[in-house]
Design a protein around this ligand. Sequence first.
Ligand code: NBP
Length: 479
Amino acid sequence: MSGTAQIGVTGLAVMGRNLARNFARNGYTVALHNRTVARTHELVEEFGGEGHFIATESARDFVAALERPRRLVIMVKAGEATDAVIAEFAPLLETGDVIIDGGNAHFEDTRRRERELREQGIHFVGTGISGGEEGALEGPSIMPGGSEESYDSLGPMLEKISAKAEDGAPCVTHIGPDGAGHFVKMTHNGIEYADMQLIGEAYQLLRDVAGYSPAQIADIFRTWNTGRLDSYLIEITAEVLSHVDASTGKPFVDVVLDQAEQKGTGRWTVQIALDLGVPVSAIAEAVFARSVSGHADLRDASRHLTGPTARRLGADEAAAFADQVEQALYASKIVAYTQGFHEIAAGSERYDWNIDLGKVASIWRGGCIIRAAFLDRITSAYEARPRLPSLLADKGFAEEIAAAQGDWRTVTATAVTRGVPTPAFAATLAYYDSLRADRLPAALTQGQRDYFGAHTYHRTDREGTFHTLWGGDRTEVES
Ligand code: NBP
């Protein structure tokens, strides 16, 4: 007999619980399940009034509560727990049922799970969900992978619970088959790392070079948030910077330990980029910057290292410098997103996902952590040229960077001469200059490789593969 719940959620920690409430608030009857049964009942006790919930205590009852084809969302800790839950539920399901994994799974795990469940006739939809606990409740940005068929049954529900962009469009789209959704979510998080690092570097420069206080910098960010940098991350940066610690009366940022965590998706984005041969230097520098910050031992052992001492700018110079930092931040941000979208394009190509890059940018406009006005520009760039090789090939972005680059260079040079670490500003600028360069030192690298390892090289003036007899008379042979 078919149950009455249109959707079920298993895994009722912070994300699952809020997602279940979101479905219920939107009029769906939601079956609930959690390994620790108490959590299920707590949800109903606290929020039962928000909609129709069916609390269940066993996997069998949970599955029985769902209408067919069944749709069940797994929101458990990514990794072994996901496999354990699938192993528990899959034998109870039937052909055509849909399992949605909303955890932060590695896309290769999603590909494996999708393959295994497909053999059983079950649709497995690896789904990226961004927006944290508030997004899960109020409307996240949703990135589902899996089959087209599963999206037909699931899409309308996801569209209802998703965030809506300013133009009212739901922030969800079928990203592509098997692991495409989790791949895009992973890259979203990688870009988020880069964006946060760039904002952090801008803050550090405004503090150490311009000499502004956290409260003054908060005001600068608030102003920036009314312009082209308008984004959730800039908005919350101003909030964090203006927050004063209640127990000490000091700026909150001055009492927080300056060691950041880097785990999961940010690191994966860089690892996969290396496998795909995609230069994502902004994301890599962001991951490494967090890693450096976390090495308290190294930082402590290096206290004797010398460098320039900070010399603060005067008030007029500081205001002008802040404008330059805004230019640098915007130019670096364009490059960071360029790199992230390159990785998605490369993943799509490698795994035959046919991802619509403009659509990806458009569903990030609401709900997710990197939501920003600027994403509209990315969508327009890909709509104008769907096979755009790089965002920097878009005339509009190229012109904006051209206009910003004088200040971008000044700010980065200032950071270097003042001894302020700005790895992501420097990496994005170096990437830009690498793309611009007429000749790169890779020719010399090829010569070195041929010298010590007979790795061969190609010539600029004729076809073929060549090797120079470096240990002999240095004649060139074609190989
Ligand atoms: P957690 O990642 O903390 O996972 C806790 C849940 O997993 C609980 O329901 C727990 O059940 C269940 N669980 C575990 Br742990 N091992 C299990 C097992 N072997 N069998 C069955 N259930 C098991 O929860 P979360 O922070 O709500 O995140 C859920 C997922 O959403 C994660 O994959 C996370 O990466 C992803 N995500 C989180 C965010 C965020 O902002 N937090 C954003 C986007 C995505 P129990 O109650 O019995 O211990």
